[in-house]
Design a protein around this ligand. Structure first.
Ligand SMILES: [Zn+2]
Length: 185
């Protein structure tokens, strides 16, 4: 999937977790942190693409991507799209969070980590529907996909993603936020 679809899917998953399941009280600082963590989680798996859209948005991104890339072992859609990768990335995010001297972050540690995991999982989930699938059990090479027949899956960046999947995800996202606001009244 493309970056924009991953962002919307991440926000949708997070909204379901925090607004519908946890029904948290939304303080502005917490909302800000949850959104940032979700965005990081849903973006992180594709940092293994040296030419990824995300890198183009960062100044000097293409240079950084070449330095960071070896960390991701073997290029696109490997470690970062697996359960082991999810664990390692969450650990790194945890360490990052520990060194940030921002009080609301310390207060809501668990929720913020959960937002990251939700974003990262949403990314892996969305990529399951693409032709390439995902190596959930990396370092085992097998790529999982839904449906199992590769030809029936979505081609990244083509009309089906742009005209059906992306608008549908955003529509459901709006619906979830609407349900939360209506329920909160
Ligand atoms: Zn991906």
């Amino acid at each position: 999937m493309t970056y924009k679809t991953h962002l919307s899917t991440g926000l949708l998953f997070s909204s379901v977790v925090f607004l519908l399941i946890y029904k948290i009280e939304l303080a502005p600082a917490l909302v800000f942190l949850l959104i940032i963590s979700t965005v990081l989680g849903s973006s992180a798996p594709d940092l293994d693409t040296p030419t990824g859209e995300l890198w183009d948005k960062i100044p000097g991104g293409s240079l950084i991507s070449r330095i960071v890339n070896p960390v991701f072992i073997g290029g696109h859609r490997h470690l970062s799209h697996s359960f082991i990768g999810l664990g390692i990335f969450t650990g790194l995010f945890y360490l990052l969070l520990k060194v940030i001297p921002y009080e609301p972050a310390a207060h809501n540690f668990g929720l913020i980590i959960l937002a990251y995991i939700t974003g990262h999982l949403s990314h892996i989930f969305a990529d399951l529907f693409t032709e390439a699938g995902v190596p959930l059990l990396f370092p085992l090479g097998y790529h999982f996909g839904i449906p199992p027949v590769e030809k029936m899956r979505i081609k990244t960046g083509r009309w089906f993603e742009n005209l059906i999947v992306y608008p549908a995800v955003n529509l459901v996202l709006i619906l979830v936020i609407y349900m939360y606001i209506k329920g909160a009244k």
